[in-house]
Design a binder for this molecule. Structure first.
Ligand SMILES: NC(=O)CC[C@H](N)C(=O)O
Length: 253
């Protein structure tokens, strides 16, 4: 377990769910992801990239940062980490996997999600609060959200432009696999304003913005500034973590 950040009323079934958080050399947001899991009521388990097994976790989060310094291409080296083979195998067996920002980049490099991430079209690092729409609330990671609800969470990256060929984009749209879409101005040139996608089974999800930085009242972006959208001041991202806990408990975990 990484730290003890518990503030939610204890629920034994939720707390029994173990969510693994992988740290690579250059990862930045592993502790924030662990904190988000703990605040949502689960147990965060720290996993190091070159370990041989997933320590019987129930789900995995690949957090944001600059694994291997983004050398070669963001995520291109991390995908060869020994633990990633286990993540690929487990995901094929239905284990929920979430990639946030650099984690999303790693998931595309590992071919668990289609397409890839290139430099933002303005060629600058962005850091801003970002409004998204949750278009698919049937994945393992989005069941706590209303379909098409708004959420405002931080976006911070340099390689955030999601690209894929037209056939893949049409497939993603046709199969409802665009999970998150940027609302308002497109912040990075992503095709069709895509901010996050899922695999066909709905257990693997990747998104560029950072839900783990918007989980505590008063510390995340003020979504009330965007009108009716948002789940609460500063906590729009928390539902990602409660979603997976709830879905695992409902599934018999
Ligand atoms: N915040 C992050 O995870 C950064 C992701 C990535 N390395 C980029 O800058 O594009």
């Amino acid at each position: 377990m990484i730290g003890d950040f518990s503030v939610a009323p204890e629920n034994d079934a939720l707390r029994a769910v173990r969510i693994g958080i992988i740290t690579f050399p250059g990862t930045l947001d592993d502790r924030d992801a662990a904190r988000a899991v703990t605040l949502a009521g689960g147990t965060a388990v720290g996993l190091w990239h070159n370990e041989a097994n997933l320590q019987s976790v129930d789900a995995v989060i690949i957090p944001g940062g600059f694994s291997y310094g983004d050398y070669l291409r963001a995520g291109a080296i991390a995908r060869f980490a020994p633990l990633m083979d286990k993540v690929v195998d487990a995901s094929k067996g239905g284990m929920p996997v979430l990639g946030i920002c650099n984690g999303f980049q790693i998931l595309t490099e590992a071919h668990l999600l289609p397409g890839s991430m290139i430099k933002n079209n303005h060629l600058k690092f962005s850091c801003a609060d970002q409004l998204l729409r949750v278009e698919n609330n049937t994945t393992a990671w989005t069941g706590s959200y209303e379909k098409n609800s708004g959420m405002v969470i931080p976006l911070k990256n340099q390689d955030g432009q999601y690209v894929a060929d037209e056939k893949t984009l049409d497939e993603l749209e046709g199969e409802g696999r665009v999970v998150f879409r940027y609302d308002g101005a497109n912040p990075n040139g992503s095709r069709r304003n895509i901010a996050g996608i899922t695999n066909a089974a709905g257990n693997v999800v990747g998104l560029m913005p950072h839900p783990e930085h918007a989980v505590e009242p008063g510390f995340g972006p003020d979504s009330s500034a965007y009108g009716e959208v948002g789940l609460g001041y500063g906590t729009d991202g928390l539902g990602i973590f409660t979603s997976v806990l709830t879905s695992l408990v409902a599934g018999g975990k």
